[in-house]
Write a protein that binds this ligand. Structure first.
Ligand code: HEC
Ligand code: HEC
Length: 331
């Protein structure tokens, strides 16, 4: 592992309420928006994650962490998301996402979802910038970026803020992880089940949740947080032709100033992938940067393409707001 890393295991960050969940860590990412609006991922600086820890070998040379490159003009501090149900998201065909995208806003509803792009130009859906196509690619990047473990998909030796490492601090030959171990980790993530929805304790609460779900649709939340998508045919029965109640379109949307952060290969600084809303009742912080500590705060931070929906939320009567929040907590 290392010599630069953020944590020493996936479940150091993805841990609450069970392995695959979320954690208190914040990961720093930095990149540079160029004059033409494109995103320079500062590859020569060793990619966009800024690692916060170093192994004893590196610390003995007086190096404790990476620094944010001076060239970076966009920075993000990213909270740890749930990994539950990601195998189902992976099995939703690309054609479904392309069908939902409306980059030119042809239907005139003020919402123009775009598909994400990976750094090699494929359609992306994982990561808050929708910059990874599948779980294998994300997991390989997580081994490399979060733990400093090279692997068959990410064999390039680690660098220290873009410079070669000092002699002797990274003695193992690359790749440090074999193909089978990578594949097993990917399968672990792929087969994490979605968290089950919470059943309301009595009929009155059940009615409130139902009312909240109806409002969620009528005020326009469901234009991006699409309640259900279907997986395509898949060799694994558990993932094949399943209805997935994810409440997301997996597309990028411009939500304005409150979500501004780093740029990505196919995403500007204010564009974020619609996150799935399942499991919401078990999370403690919200939005990709985790700066919202209540669901109301998260909703009120929606600007840009979600401006109209946010204003409709603000215009709700007190009891309607409560119903909407109860619905979200039930997910
Ligand atoms: C230092 C904390 C940390 C460690 C360690 C870590 N992650 Fe993550 N993980 C994050 C953060 C923060 C994000 C959100 C970043 C993003 O979306 O680009 C994330 C996102 C993900 C996602 C994408 C989720 C989505 O909804 O698209 C996957 C998959 C993932 N991690 C898997 C792993 C695996 C597998 C490991 C171990 C090899 C791992 N992570 C190790 C912090 C961590
Ligand atoms: C234009 C698309 C769009 C609309 C409309 C929209 N959202 Fe969102 N929503 C997003 C995106 C994108 C994010 C992620 C922002 C971030 O992570 O910084 C998000 C994040 C959230 C979150 C935080 C989820 C988490 O895991 O942290 C909640 C809760 C939420 N939305 C609820 C709503 C509600 C309720 C409405 C209706 C009032 C709504 N959204 C309307 C796109 C939209």
């Amino acid at each position: 592992m290392g010599p630069l890393f953020n944590e020493n295991q996936c479940s150091a960050c993805h841990t609450d309420p069970a392995s695959g969940g979320s954690g208190d860590q914040i990961v720093v990412r930095a990149a540079r928006v160029l004059a033409d609006g494109s995103c320079d991922l500062l590859e020569e600086w060793g990619r966009e994650n800024i690692r916060s820890q170093a192994t004893p070998a590196l610390r003995s040379l007086g190096i404790y962490r990476e620094e944010i490159p001076p060239e970076a003009n966009t920075v993000d501090r990213v909270a740890v998301p749930f990994l539950f149900g990601l195998g189902l998201l992976e099995a939703i065909p690309d054609s479904v996402l392309l069908g939902l995208a409306d980059p030119e806003d042809r239907n005139g509803d003020g919402i123009s979802g775009r598909v994400g792009r990976t750094r090699d130009g494929r359609l992306g859906r994982f990561g808050f910038k929708a910059d990874h196509a599948d779980l294998e690619s994300f997991t390989a990047a997580a081994f490399h970026q979060e733990m400093g473990i090279t692997n068959p998909l990410r064999p390039e030796p680690e660098r220290l803020n873009g410079r070669p490492l000092p002699e002797g601090v990274d003695p193992l030959p690359e790749p440090e992880l074999d193909h089978e171990s990578l594949a097993l980790t990917v399968d672990f993530v792929r087969f994490l089940a979605p968290l089950p929805r919470r059943t309301p304790p009595d009929t009155q609460s059940a009615r409130l949740v139902e009312r909240g779900e109806a409002l969620f649709r009528t005020i326009g939340c469901a234009s991006c947080h699409i309640p259900v998508l279907e997986t395509g045919s898949h060799p694994v029965e558990a993932l094949s032709r399943k209805r997935v109640p994810l409440y997301s379109d997996l597309l990028l949307h411009d939500l304005g100033a409150d979500v501004r952060g780093v740029c990505g290969p196919g995403a500007g600084p204010t564009e974020v992938r619609t996150p799935p809303l399942w499991g919401l009742g078990r999370r403690r912080v919200f939005l990709h940067h985790g700066r919202a500590t209540t669901l109301s705060q998260a909703i009120l931070a929606h600007g840009g393409e979600a401006d109209r929906a946010r204003r409709a939320f603000e215009a709700l009567r007190e009891l309607e707001r409560v119903a909407l929040l109860r619905f979200l907590e039930s997910l």
